[in-house]
Design a protein around this ligand. Structure first.
Ligand SMILES: [Zn+2]
Ligand SMILES: [Zn+2]
Length: 502
């Protein structure tokens, strides 16, 4: 009898452990319950009750164990549950740590190999399609969506959303503010060209702060956004796309609750003139932590073979032809006069926490992302120092041209001293003696047709005013032109770590 009881206890213990391992989400998963959008924007499985969460599952289990087992069995089992729970949570916390090796790349993504082919097919239907502009547009929709969610202004993106998305914003019950949205990376994960509709799926890796009833939580999320459009629709000009202008009359977005343009009175039907968001879903979501800022991982991916665009030689030739170069080594000049100096200047600015000095070299997204990371270090009382920067070599890996923009990607092999120090100069991570070797893929954009014979990084590329006159928004105070879109010279748009570049 006693033996039977012991077996029963052991079996129950094993069962409990199995439940704990198979269903760890029962426990303390704040993330799954109080998420941005109050749960409504989360389409995977659970529909959150908003806040709290976790306690009921374990409470019930303990109650169950107490009622079915004698104390000499139930107490050890309950202790075991708590130990396992503690271990699981500890492991999960470690996974949640955001590891940063500055100044970029915190993202991992999958990309289908055939995306580039599909983009070529899309360009045949829509010669105005520009990958870089589309990604910018998707980012803008993402940012407006969350910063306006549940607010009056949300209607101003109504032509770009399917109605159910608008209803989500209207029906929100708990007031929330979503702020400090920083996009780490955006990648096209799929393109589908159907007889009547074209669809693009975009994976956005971002982090933002959600404030509900005065309590703020920062989340790191990856979401997949599905954009659709009727076939035979042409992409609008870059300016219209960037302003999210009325697709009918082109005026700045101002829409009634019914979704009619306040200027031209037109009701914009989804997909008739522009892309619209059909749906979006969360691929991963974690509470964002910056505690790991001084933590260094072993450098990965430096030895991986370079990922070259298929038929790169042909693209290099086509670029030379369309730009009137009489050789296929035109990119060597760019490596010497753009890639290398940008690299040195940007690394130095990062190390000195003086991004303003390179504002003219960075796209808006990259600048915002850098600013956020530097602030994160600062909040922890830390500085990431990069010294003795040396470039060993640079390879051109991708050439992409469309009607509006040239996009070039280079792989830069470099080394530097990379360490984190606190306010008193104490080293908290990295090394002041041993150089760290690494490689990164740097993607530059520039407006089609803007040629330059020489580059001066200290001035506005349009009017020649000192570069410090270029404000946070990337607009020159003197000539009032937006520099950070690459409309006047090359701008660094994306940095991808070698282990995730594909
Ligand atoms: Zn209009
Ligand atoms: Zn200017």
């Amino acid at each position: 009898m006693i033996h039977n009881k012991k077996y029963f206890g052991i079996i129950l213990l094993l069962l409990t452990l199995a439940i704990l391992i198979i269903l760890p989400s029962i426990f303390g998963s704040d993330i799954a319950f109080s998420r941005p959008g109050g749960g409504s924007s989360y389409s995977g499985g659970r529909s959150g009750s908003g806040g709290g969460g976790g306690g009921d599952g374990i409470g019930l289990l303990i109650y169950f164990l107490f009622t079915v087992l004698p104390p000499q069995l139930s107490i050890p089992v309950i202790i075991a549950i708590f130990v396992v729970r503690f271990i699981i949570q500890k492991r999960r916390n470690n996974e949640n740590e955001i590891i940063s090796s500055a100044p970029a790349g915190y993202q991992r993504y999958e990309q289908n190999n055939d995306i580039e082919d599909k983009i070529d097919m899309l360009k045949k239907q829509d010669p105005n399609f520009s990958k870089v502009l589309f990604i910018d547009f998707a980012n803008l929709i993402f940012i407006k969506y969350y910063s306006w969610f549940g607010k009056k202004d949300f209607k101003n993106i109504s032509p770009y959303l399917l109605q159910n998305e608008q209803i989500k914003s209207k029906n929100i019950k708990i007031k929330q503010d979503i702020e400090e949205i920083v996009i780490g990376s955006t990648n096209i994960s799929d393109i589908n060209i159907y007889p009547k509709i074209t669809g693009i799926a975009v994976d956005i890796d971002a982090n933002f702060t959600v404030t509900i009833k005065g309590r703020s939580t920062r989340y790191a999320i990856v979401e997949r956004w599905y954009f659709n459009r009727n076939k035979d629709v042409l992409s609008p000009e870059p300016d219209k796309l960037r302003k999210l202008a009325c697709p009918n009359c082109g005026s700045t977005p101002n829409f009634t609750d019914a979704g009619d343009c306040a200027y031209c009175g037109n009701h914009i039907k989804n997909g008739e003139m522009q892309w619209y968001v059909k749906t979006h879903r969360v691929l991963s979501q974690k509470v964002f932590k910056t505690k790991g800022l001084a933590h260094y991982e072993k450098e990965q991916g430096t030895d991986l073979p370079t990922v070259f665009q298929p038929n790169l030689e042909e693209h290099i030739e086509a670029f030379a032809y369309s730009h009137g170069f009489n050789n296929n080594t035109w990119y060597n000049k760019l490596i010497d006069e753009v890639v290398s100096p940008y690299f040195f200047n940007i690394y130095e600015a990062w190390s000195n926490k003086n991004l303003q000095s390179v504002r003219n070299l960075l796209s808006d997204r990259l600048y915002e992302s850098f600013l956020f990371w530097i602030d994160s270090y600062q909040r922890e009382g830390l500085t990431n120092k990069l010294e003795n920067i040396d470039i060993s070599y640079v390879q051109l890996v991708n050439v992409d041209t469309d009607k509006f923009y040239d996009t070039l990607t280079f792989r830069v092999f470099a080394s530097c001293l990379d360490y984190v120090e606190d306010e008193r100069g104490k080293i908290k991570g990295g090394s002041v003696r041993k150089s760290r070797k690494f490689s990164e893929y740097w993607t530059f954009i520039r407006k089609e047709g803007v040629e330059k014979n020489s580059y001066d990084f200290s001035t506005c590329p349009n009017c020649g005013a000192p570069a410090e006159k270029i404000g946070q928004a990337g607009i020159c105070e003197y000539c009032n032109s937006k520099i950070s879109n690459g409309d006047y010279s090359w701008v660094l748009a994306i940095i991808t770590q070698d282990e995730v570049y594909s």
